[in-house]
Design a protein around this ligand. Structure first.
Ligand code: COA
Length: 390
């Protein structure tokens, strides 16, 4: 039985800041952000979007009534969760009107959470072939104004429907993974901003990739020539390029050219959204699938997941016949086209808006937010969500 990705949904907030303009206001050369970091636009979440609403909006796009009945497991990967106890998956389960006889949990290991969710989903489908599992990767990446991580912020979510006989990508076996207790990026429970040792994180990311890649080759006897493309977790798009370059010397010229050309396509969406942590690898996969129209079914795609702290995994998928028919290319083109630019001053103002933490009531005006599912306010320390279609 094949198990894998049957549908992929995506959502990013309707506002963005231009990285050239952010660079000017931070007194750095724009090329540092657009080439050195590899980012063109950064998604800005209004206060009416949080990781729950981003994920729910991403899932809303792909689920039909049959999916809603068959999903019996919701796995929400996030590292910017809204509650230290209750899972974000439970809110999404209600907002989407899923079958009540389902499990809903949250999984955490920095940017690796959604990958852990996918692997758990595969096991669940193997035992329950008629079920479907909804895996969500949703985050708001915040480092703070005027910090070195500022240019690598972003916001967005992916929703992956995992099932038997998947229509987009079969996920193969032979995964290799690695854990090492390091402090390259972390967020203590009392802080709403991440702490990061940026240079160390870059080094460890590449080291993890080299190690899992070596182990994968030893396990399978495959090499770079067997891959049409390799997609990477992209905290910023230059990061994946650095990791790819670290192994490219092993490849023949034509394989090198193909992998580099496909990497460029796989970073288009991320370049225009920024870091979405848990969803970043899958946004990159989506970029490749939707933006490369001659990608053949049967192609083998490598996927490198990295979650600081740290856990890394390399795994592979095979594109299924007619997979393009099951993508949402027009919707995503429209989502990007409809976004509105904000100035750096407006971004800073939005960044500093906060929700009450003293139990007081706040009602948010959601009429300016085009998303179907929004955060409408706070009451008695509870977030009030609204689905405008209900
Ligand atoms: N033109 C082109 N490139 C330029 C440039 C210019 N004018 N000015 C600088 N650059 C390049 C630098 O050479 C460097 O490239 P390299 O890394 O390939 O050498 C890149 O831009 C970044 O410059 P750097 O001085 O290293 O930036 P920084 O000290 O501001 O930090 C990060 C950059 C990425 C380390 C920082 O933003 C960060 O920590 N982000 C968070 C990372 C993260 O998310 N990690 C955890 C998840 S894996």
């Amino acid at each position: 039985m094949k198990i894998g990705i049957d549908k992929i949904g995506f959502y990013t907030p309707h506002l963005y800041v231009d990285m050239n303009k952010l660079a000017v206001s931070r007194n750095v050369e724009p090329e540092k952000f657009t080439i050195g970091i590899g980012q063109s636009k950064m998604a800005i979440p209004p206060i009416s979007q949080d990781p729950v609403t981003l994920a729910a909006n991403a899932a809303l796009e792909i689920l039909d009534n049959e999916d809603k009945e068959k999903i019996d497991f919701v796995i929400f990967g996030t590292e910017s969760g809204i509650d230290n106890s209750k899972s974000a998956g439970v809110y999404v389960h209600r907002l989407l009107g899923l079958n009540p006889h389902a499990r809903a949990v949250e999984v955490k290991q920095a940017c690796y959470g959604a990958t852990a969710g996918i692997q758990m989903a595969k096991g669940h489908i193997a035992l329950n072939p008629d079920s479907k599992v909804l895996v969500l990767g949703s985050d708001i990446a915040r480092y703070g104004l005027n910090t070195s991580g500022e240019a690598t912020q972003g916001a967005g979510a992916v929703a992956l429907l995992i099932s038997a006989e998947p229509r987009i990508m079969e996920l193969e076996e032979n995964n290799v993974y690695l854990t090492d207790d390091i402090m390259d990026f972390w967020r203590p429970i009392y802080s709403d901003k991440a702490f990061v040792d940026g240079k160390f994180s870059n080094e460890q990311y590449i080291l993890f990739f080299e190690k899992v890649w070596e182990q994968y080759k030893a396990k399978t006897d495959l090499s770079l020539k067997d891959f049409e493309a390799i997609c990477f977790h992209l905290p910023y798009t230059k990061m994946g390029l650095k990791a790819l370059r670290a192994v490219l010397d092993e490849a023949e010229e034509e394989d090198k050219e193909r992998l580099l050309a496909n990497f460029e396509i796989s970073r288009k969406y991320n370049r225009n959204v920024g870091n979405i942590y848990t969803g970043s690898l899958y946004l990159s996969l989506l970029s490749l699938l939707e933006q490369k129209d001659d990608l053949q079914s049967g192609a083998k795609i490598g996927l490198f997941s990295y979650g600081s702290g740290a856990v890394g995994e390399f795994f592979t998928g095979i594109l299924q016949p007619n997979y393009r028919e099951h993508l949402h290319i027009a919707e995503h083109t429209q989502l990007f086209a409809a976004r509105k630019e904000v100035t750096v001053a407006e971004y800073e103002e939005i960044f500093q808006e906060t929700l009450p933490i003293d139990g007081s009531t706040l009602e948010l005006d959601v009429t300016n937010d085009p998303a179907t599912i929004c955060l409408a306010g706070m009451k008695d320390n509870m977030r009030q969500y609204v689905n405008k279609e209900d």
